[in-house]
Design a protein around this ligand. Structure first.
Ligand SMILES: N[C@@H](CCC(=O)N[C@@H](CS)C(=O)NCC(=O)O)C(=O)O
Length: 286
């Protein structure tokens, strides 16, 4: 597995800096109180400010694909410190025993949070489960109110079970399949088009899939980014297009989408690289 991306140290510092502010204030006020003239009666020595340890970074195992980018966006949006650990899925790094311990389905993304429940490490695989975990951990983009949460879950699962897999098949048959199979191309392009129309209807008169910007929007967004590879024209879906541009304008989304950009291989590389083809497209029962 490759070493942590240096791009990421920036976000780690940024999140850590935000957290250290209260400690800095506490120190400053302690310093001010120390300057007071000694009073007649000796006062007990001021308690030293508690040491606030910066949170340990979350280890983020990823490759810059729609499922990997979802989690990158969420980490950036939440301002969580993280260490990016690229897993080159074209070279088969998803099959290493260390990775399979965290992600038994040999798929990215996965995270390892050294400060999980009870302060103990926890690993999570499946992008939807990771988004929910980070949402619960931070209280961000995943409402605690049950009615609002059910709505977010509905659209998150819609993406996980519908949009993602169908768009993935469209990518496969349109760009990567060794032979052109018109039936498969038509079937998956039509199904993705149907799903885009469902989203377009949902987004008509709304800014986000549910009440507020949430993990459901994040999950769907990264799958709409490669709409051209799915044979879709956003111009046919005006509400979806407006939503897409709204999400794309968010700085956290832009930072998340930029993670690992330099690692991304153009589709033509996967089509022509025999090794990557065997690894990615030739998997059988193990
Ligand atoms: N349902 C999984 C799907 C993950 C997935 O398909 N990941 C792909 C990249 S987007 C992968 O790791 N492929 C490696 C392989 O095919 O061996 C999730 O959302 O986490």
């Amino acid at each position: 597995m490759a070493a942590a991306s240096s791009r990421n140290s920036g976000s780690r510092v940024r999140a850590a800096a935000a957290r250290s502010k209260p400690a800095a204030k506490a120190k400053a006020s302690a310093a001010v109180s120390n300057k007071k003239p000694a009073s007649k009666a000796a006062k007990p020595a001021a308690k030293p400010a508690p040491v606030v340890k910066p949170p340990k970074p979350i280890e983020f195992y990823y490759w810059p694909t729609p499922n990997g980018s979802k989690v990158a966006v969420m980490l950036e949006e939440c301002g969580l410190p993280y260490e990016a650990k690229p897993v080159n899925i074209g070279r088969g790094e998803q099959f290493t025993p260390e990775f399979l311990k965290m992600s038994p389905n040999n798929r990215i993304p996965a995270i390892l949070d050294p400060e999980g429940p009870g302060g103990k490490p926890i690993s999570v695989f499946e992008s939807g489960a990771i988004l929910q975990y980070l949402g619960r951990k931070t209280g961000k983009f995943y409402p605690a109110d049950e009615r609002a949460r059910v709505e977010v879950d509905e659209w998150l699962f819609w993406q996980m079970a519908g949009l993602g897999p169908m768009a993935g098949q469209a990518h496969h048959f349109r760009q990567f399949a060794p032979e052109t199979i018109p039936y498969a191309i038509e079937r998956y392009t039509n199904e993705v088009g149907r799903l885009y129309a469902v989203m377009n209807r949902r987004l008509t008169g709304r800014d986000y899939l549910t009440g507020k910007y949430s993990i459901a929007d994040i999950a769907c967004y990264t799958w709409i980014v490669p709409h051209q590879m799915q044979g879709q024209n956003l111009g046919n879906f005006p509400a979806l297009k407006a939503w897409f541009e709204r999400i794309a304008a968010r700085p956290g989304v832009q930072r998340g989408m930029a993670l690992g950009k330099d690692l991304r291989a153009p589709p033509a590389d996967l089509r022509s690289s025999q090794d990557a083809r065997r690894t990615m497209l030739g998997q059988r029962t193990r």
